[in-house]
Structures are given as C-alpha cells and as structure tokens.
Design a protein around this ligand. Sequence first.
Ligand code: CAA
Length: 283
Amino acid sequence: MGIQKVMVIGAGQMGSGIAQVCAASGYSVVLHDLKEEFVERGISTIHKNLNRQVDKGKLSQEDMAETVQKIQRSTDLQNAKNVDLVIEAAVENMRIKTELFAELDKICPEGTILATNTSSLPITEIAAATSRPEKVIGMHFMNPVPVMKLVEIIRGLATADEVYQTVEDMAKALNKVPVEVNDFPGFVSNRILMPMINEAIYTLYEGVATKEAIDDVMKLGMNHPMGPLTLADFIGLDTCLYIMETLHEGFGDDKYRPCPLLRKYVKAGWLGRKSGRGFYSYS
Ligand code: CAA
C-alpha cells in the first residue's frame, strides 16, 4: 500500500500545515477546500512558513520551489479519484465529516485510505459512514504542524493492521513520531491536555490568580512552552469548548464539564488568536 499522492481536505491552519509537510517530504499533494480563496489562503501560509525557513538559511530557494510545485490546488472533490490517501482536516462537525467520508468513499478507488485529522471525534463512527471502515483511520497532527513532532494514529474498531502500518510508515517518512492510540473520546492528547486547559480556565474564573500568573506557573514551574491560557488562545477557544463537550458527552463524567467562562468567551466571539481576542488580545 504505497502512498504517493495525498489529498488534504481543508486549507486552514491544520490542513495547510499537513500539506506543507507532505510536500516537503516528497509526496504529491492536492490541497482541497470549498472555495478558491480558502485554498489560496492556505497556500500563502505555506509560502510564509517556507520563506521564513529560507530567510533563516534552513532551506534553499530550490527546495522551496520544489515543495511548492508539489502542491496542486483543488475545489472539486472529484480530484480525490486518483489519490492513495486522503487526510481530512475540515471543521470539527460529525455531520459534515460523515457526509464527506460517504462522498469520498464513492469517489476514491477501492485501495485509497481515508484518514481524518479530527482532534476528538470517534473514528469508528466516521468509518461507519463508508463501505470501507477497514481503510479509515485517525491521523491527528499537532499545531503548528511543521514544528510539532507527534502524530497520534488512531485505530477505529475496524481499521486493518495493514492500513495502520502504511499510515505509521508515512508519519515516519514525514519525519514525525507516530504514537498508536485506540478510539476513545479525546484519544490520548486531548483527554489529557483539554481538562488541564479547562482547569486553568476554572482557576481564572474562580479568581485564584490572574491569567498571567496562571500561565507563568505552568511555563516556569512545569516547563511548558506556553501557559495553558495562551495555548487555549492558540488552539482556538471554540475548538477547546468543542473537545470538552465531546469528552463530557463521551464519558458522561462531570469532571469534563466545560468551564462557564469558556462558554461565555465563545458566545462573545472571543475565540483566541484567530479572532484577535481570547484570554489575551492580539493585534
Ligand atoms: N508555523 C510554522 N512554524 C512555526 C510556527 C507556525 N505557526 N510558529 C513557530 N514556528 C517555528 C519557528 O519558525 C521556529 O522555527 P526554527 O526553529 O526553524 O527557527 C520554531 O517554530 C520556534 O518558534 P519561535 O522561536 O518563534 O517560538 P517558540 O520557541 O516560542 O515556539 C511554538 C513556538 C513551537 C508554537 C511553542 O510555543 C510551542 O511548542 N507551543 C506549544 C504548542 C502546542 O502545545 N501545540 C499543541 C496544541 S494541541 C493540538 O494541536 C491538538 C489539538 O487537537 C487541539
């Protein structure tokens, strides 16, 4: 099951990062989104990232040009008909994902592996929307994708061993470190990370300390590269809320209840870096 051509669905923060690392590792990439402007925005993020590496002398102009020319733009899902692997990084919405996977199942050749970059939705349920659940798998990259080494590879209930192996090999070829995980709410990464972020928000909500103090405790006391509130802004507060809701619903345990302050910020449209305001302001 050799992978040569990959379609990445969703040209946002995650999708563009995934497309960049795949192209930089020599794969042919089709970067797909609903509108041309979304694809162009993703391409321009990739250019910005690669240019930064060129400026730092870590990448040659020739290698940058080679990476860029490996990425084909797409707004037509039919372009999935000749790819070996699809990595879906669209919005975190089960209905959208199942509809997309059902459509991909019809378009893609029998052998194509369908992977999702979902941060917490059940792989098994996404797989059930297709006639090839054994070829559906989770491939969870971390943000920023070009920098973070981890790829959580999630086996759905029916995922075939051969498919797991192919995806694990590909993650290694991307110079990432794959970790095998079974399909449970939040997998491993977000089951551990999000309750910590949620607890940091409760700590702020209850007036235990200022946001800066909370972040300093975790940064300087635990050597985290970012404090939990800065990290929440970086991930997006809507995403954090969505993952907490998935954990709360999936386990039915009140310890996963999202903090009311998180709900309030999301309702206000304070979504973190991407909206210009979250726990901190960004100009
Ligand atoms: N895209 C690409 N490259 C980036 C980047 C971005 N958005 N941001 C930073 N970088 C690169 C820089 O260019 C720099 O590269 P070089 O080493 O080649 O020079 C390197 O990363 C370090 O950047 P900086 O020196 O500017 O800043 P830093 O040392 O503070 O690192 C950081 C920035 C890597 C983001 C670091 O703060 C960090 O690791 N933060 C935590 C990130 C994290 O926890 N991510 C996981 C989020 S959870 C998730 O993604 C899963 C989910 O489902 C929610």
